[in-house]
Write a protein that binds this ligand. Sequence first.
Ligand SMILES: [Fe+2]
Ligand SMILES: [Fe+2]
Length: 177
Amino acid sequence: MELRSVEELMDLLHACRGARDTPDLSGSRLRSSGGTRVGDPVDLHEHALQTAALLRRGRPSDKELQVAGLVHDVGHLLRPGDDAGHADHAADAVRPLLGERVSRLVRLHVAAKRYLAATSPGRGPSPQGALTPTGQGDAMTPREASAFERDPLAEDAVTLRQADDAARVVGLDAGVM
Ligand SMILES: [Fe+2]
Ligand SMILES: [Fe+2]
């Protein structure tokens, strides 16, 4: 599916209301104790708004990055159950409407997670970084990580991922950040 109009995009974002799912969101299915939650704390709609809001605060001039944050998880709605492919589905869907850079940022958000799992101290085998058996892969190998770093969008993709990981706060008002 490709998005051809803002209306279609808005419909998809609205469909995120009440949708949770996704080990990618929290790894919560693996987390029964020692963590902070059993289910995802916010739905995909709130998660999208919070991700965009955090990016607006951190990168106020980069509208494409903010938009990428808003749409990065719509793949969960496009192909329910295909968690492994959700970044690719979203990237393919938004490219005609939002352009190549937004599409690539969306596509890279899972790779950026694997990159951070490999390179960020303390993130390694945490529930967030230790990946679920859903086919999203594990922490990058050193070779994969250096290939990722050579991507011109790597730094932006990591920024998106950090906002993604932080955008799970119940009660956070994304509108006034
Ligand atoms: Fe995701
Ligand atoms: Fe996300």
